[in-house]
Design a protein around this ligand. Structure first.
Ligand code: SF4
Ligand code: SF4
Length: 348
């Protein structure tokens, strides 16, 4: 039986001339190696998005639809480049973008960075934490230090409290077998301190990782990620969707074409989803479970009961292939890091 939440999401999906959300990979490097992320096995080159590429994208978003949700980052940690992140956000605000958002693991959100970030024009800062105790945190957020991120976020919240009109600060909890017993303590702790708690399901990253998500093939809906969101890698390449995290399914580059044109060239894939011709989609869509990941739950002060409702609605687990990471084995070694990108566009 189709999950009512997925049914509701499906009703919001339709053709569009521009993405509702744009994720920009400001930096493809990362200081962590999280258990639920593809990044530790990423094979494509890693680098840093040149300011000129962001300027090109931001100017177009400002012209076409300044309400587009812009997110930093995709596969990588944007605070590896704190000055550049603040410069990107300030430029976005300067050209009139109305929804600028950051997703970070918070390890590098030190006091010297927190102040400039809060006043940069950012609307939402999401900090991925996923654990309340040190052992659980360390098992998910590999190479991270639980006490460092807790200290950083508490300081950020203190600074935000002193502002008249600061960004929303969300602490993210990706629900997994290893951490779900800590979700309530996590939520109580952060709600008391003024954060919003964001709970979401684990993604399969295009079918690469196991997830407990399960829907029958007959209940499939068009993929919300493909229908609403566009991603730009640090080097300008645009993947087919968030599941195409290595950029294997589609060839286009934001250096060479406006985002509007690239979104138009992705339209045939979106139409296959909308027509529910799922068998004709690329192979990756056959293994990927991300279309069933559903919406995140945002819990604010006084709404703790939402967590209990969410727990009751959770589908029964289904057997998955192996206990750990990969559904698809990655043969080549993870890629090396290019610390600085050339600021000029690559040749077409
Ligand atoms: S911090 Fe983010 S990008 Fe880095 S490994 Fe973890 S989830 Fe992936
Ligand atoms: S279901 Fe298909 S379109 Fe959606 S994220 Fe997965 S691979 Fe991409």
């Amino acid at each position: 039986m189709l999950d009512p939440q997925l049914e509701r999401i499906a009703r919001t999906l339709g053709p569009s001339r521009f993405p509702r959300k744009l994720a920009l990979e400001l930096c493809a490097d990362c200081n962590l190696a999280c258990s639920m992320c593809h990044h530790p096995e990423m094979r494509r080159p890693k680098g840093v998005m040149p300011f000129l590429l962001w300027k090109k994208c931001a100017d177009e978003v400002a012209r076409v639809d300044p309400d587009t949700e812009v997110w930093f980052s995709f596969c990588g940690e944007p605070l590896m480049e704190p000055d550049l992140l603040v410069a990107f956000l300030r430029y976005g605000r300067q050209v009139g973008l109305r929804s600028l958002n950051v997703n970070t693991n918070g390890q590098l959100l030190v006091p010297e960075v927190a102040g400039p970030l809060l006043t940069s024009g950012v609307g939402t800062i999401v900090i991925g934490i996923d654990g309340f105790s040190s052992p659980v945190y360390a098992s998910v957020r590999v190479n991270g230090d639980r006490d460092v991120v807790y200290r950083n976020v508490e300081h950020l919240l203190e600074l935000r409290r002193a502002m008249d009109d600061g960004p929303e600060i969300q602490v993210q909890f990706i629900e997994m077998d290893e951490n779900e017993h800590e979700m309530r303590a996590f939520a109580e702790y952060w709600l008391e301190r003024g954060a919003t708690v964001k709970v979401r399901n684990k993604l399969s990253w295009g079918g690469r990782l196991d997830t407990p998500a399960h829907q029958a093939a007959d209940d499939r809906i068009p993929c919300p990620w493909a229908l609403t969101m566009m991603h730009v890698f640090w080097d300008g390449r645009v993947p087919r969707c968030s599941g195409d995290v290595e950029g294997e399914d589609f060839q286009d580059n934001a250096w060479h074409a406006p985002l509007t044109e690239i979104w138009g060239r992705l339209a045939p894939y979106r139409q296959l989803h909308l027509d529910r011709r799922f068998d004709e989609l690329p192979d990756r869509c056959h293994d990927c479970r991300d279309w069933m990941s559903g919406a995140a739950e945002r819990v604010r002060d006084g709404q703790l009961d939402r967590l209990e409702r969410r727990r009751r609605k959770r589908p029964l687990p289904v057997p998955v292939s192996g206990a750990g990471r990969a559904l698809v084995s990655v043969k080549s070694p993870p890629s090396q890091i290019v610390r600085r990108a050339d600021v000029r566009p690559p040749a077409p």
